[in-house]
Design a protein around this ligand. Structure first.
Ligand SMILES: Cc1cc2nc3c(=O)[nH]c(=O)nc-3n(C[C@H](O)[C@H](O)[C@H](O)COP(=O)(O)OP(=O)(O)OC[C@H]3O[C@@H](n4cnc5c(N)ncnc54)[C@H](O)[C@@H]3O)c2cc1C
Length: 265
């Protein structure tokens, strides 16, 4: 139906779709297809496309496994009633630059499953063209995640000016930065500028430089310069919060390095 009815669209929660004044000739509702569950297998979590943002926020086992970043990413999106309708599938398929959901998932080992395209890493999917396809699942692979999500909103429930998520898994750091305001970007391993499990002040400085090397631009929520600066600060904070420093001195020094970065030069 999606392919043969011109203009047909899959309906998620309809929360974004309803903002448009374009007439949609045919809307396909998959809410009876059993895609509203989070399933756990031996090596992954399978999040159905119709799982709501509120379900994601309250998914205890999944959030414990991901060091709480999914709940942290969605809890400031509008309000509970909104999050009970908006779906994970709509959030990911929409590939919005401001997306808190995508930013958090991107730093984890995440793939999406589509009916036509099959399983694709999220980092690849966000740059794919908007083909007619159905997103059925978002898959988060199991690892011993250390992770932290950070974002700045000028007012509660507003869109993020910048968001960042740091996650360490498989012995490497993964840094996602979104709301640039373009789509989120992922820096992994050496390109994130940080290697140690307990990043030193020098490594934090390299990570900040790497993050500030991404492309940023201006809109109503922030200027290009402000975003670039803020992205470095949020990424460093995310790294320090995610890392499990064994010595109080190491943690103190890392926090001080973050604080020094906060002043705009
Ligand atoms: C006022 C407002 C504020 C918001 N603030 C934030 C915010 O701060 N942070 C944030 O991350 N997000 C924010 N969002 C986005 C929101 O979280 C959802 O991402 C958005 O509403 C889309 O989810 P939905 O389920 O409503 O999708 P819909 O509106 O139903 O669909 C969105 C698009 O995805 C397609 N689609 C949906 N599901 C599928 C599927 N399974 N397969 C293929 N295509 C599909 C639809 O055809 C449509 O093109 C905001 C949205 C609004 C309206």
């Amino acid at each position: 139906m999606l392919r043969f009815r011109k203009g047909a669209q899959i309906l998620g929660g309809g929360m974004w779709m309803r903002l448009s004044d374009r007439t949609i000739p045919c809307v396909i509702d998959l809410s009876d297809c059993g895609l509203d569950k989070i399933e756990e297998t031996e090596d992954e979590y399978r999040i159905g496309a119709y799982v709501t943002l509120r379900d994601l926020e309250c998914a205890g086992v999944l959030n414990d496994a991901c060091d709480g970043v999914l709940a942290a990413a969605v809890r400031d999106i509008v309000g509970v009633q909104f999050r009970r309708s908006a779906t994970v599938g709509g959030s990911v398929f929409g590939r919005f630059g401001f997306s808190d959901v995508i930013c958090a998932l991107l730093a984890l080992d995440t793939e999406v499953e589509l009916v036509e395209a099959g399983r694709v890493p999220l980092a690849t999917f966000i740059d794919m063209p908007y083909e007619l396809d159905v997103l059925t699942h978002i898959i988060v692979k199991k690892h011993d995640y250390q992770a932290s999500y950070q974002c700045l909103r000028k007012a509660a429930t507003d869109f993020a000016t910048v968001n960042a998520c740091a996650a360490r898994w498989d012995g490497a750091w993964h840094l996602a930065v979104g709301a640039r305001p373009a789509k989120a970007r992922l820096l992994s391993g050496a390109e994130a500028g940080v290697v140690s499990a307990e990043p030193s002040c020098d490594e934090l400085a390299h990570a900040i430089e790497a993050v500030r090397g991404l492309t940023y631009s201006s809109n109503l929520w922030g200027s290009e310069r402000y975003r670039r600066h803020l992205a470095g600060v949020l990424a460093a904070r995310a790294l320090v919060e995610a890392a499990r420093y064994t010595s109080p001195e190491g943690l103190e020094a890392a926090r001080a390095a973050c604080a020094r970065e906060e002043a705009i030069r």
